[in-house]
Design a protein around this ligand. Sequence first.
Ligand code: FE2
Length: 248
Amino acid sequence: MLSVAEKPMGGGKIMTAEEFVDQLQQDCLDHPALNHSYLKKFEAGKVDKKAIRIFGENYYCFSRYFSRYLAALVAITPFEASRAPLIKNLHEEYGGRQEENRDMDPELTHPAIFRRFLRSVGVDTSQETLDAIKPIPETKLFVDKYLNIRFLDYITAFGALGPGTEYIVPKMYTYIREGCKKAGLSDDEVLFFTAHIELDVEHAEGLKEGLIPFAQTEENQEKLRFGAMDFLDARTVLWDGLERASGL
Ligand SMILES: [Fe+2]
């Protein structure tokens, strides 16, 4: 098989690993999951606190396990250097921040910050109540898809968690945060989204650096693209379900 460097792309252009990832990232931003009517309703201020609560309860079921998805990718990635940004990301999921000389902190784990958001829309965040949340079917399938990262090949999984997840967060959470603020939530109550809008630029950059070494062949590029698009398709289904469940 020809390596990408040897193979001319459309218009005679040769796509390097960097060019491929840049193109893939742009295609992720253009995916229907990032341009969904559910997100646009957040942006337009059409999502009230009751609908935000449905979003919050369901999205917590996904978000609370984010470190498990990262750990799954760590477990299947054979390259030491590619695992490094994932491990730094894990430390930050637990409230650590090397740049600010801050160690892990149980009050500042990302699930803990998410619970602050949940309380602002009237959710009791005792362990018992949280464990009793009944997610909609689309949420259950979405969470299972991410937990099943451990059964994927690492290249597909990098596409899923890098361009297909971390990279899209700033755009996606901006819609959600603005909708929450229009519904009356304070800056402190939407901190989960603000923190990720900033942090995930860095996380996406780390994952990009991690996957560049194996984004050199056409075969691997196809796997990376498949992983990203497949997980974004699942996200479209999640938004479809939440839009329906919220009566929007
Ligand atoms: Fe996070």
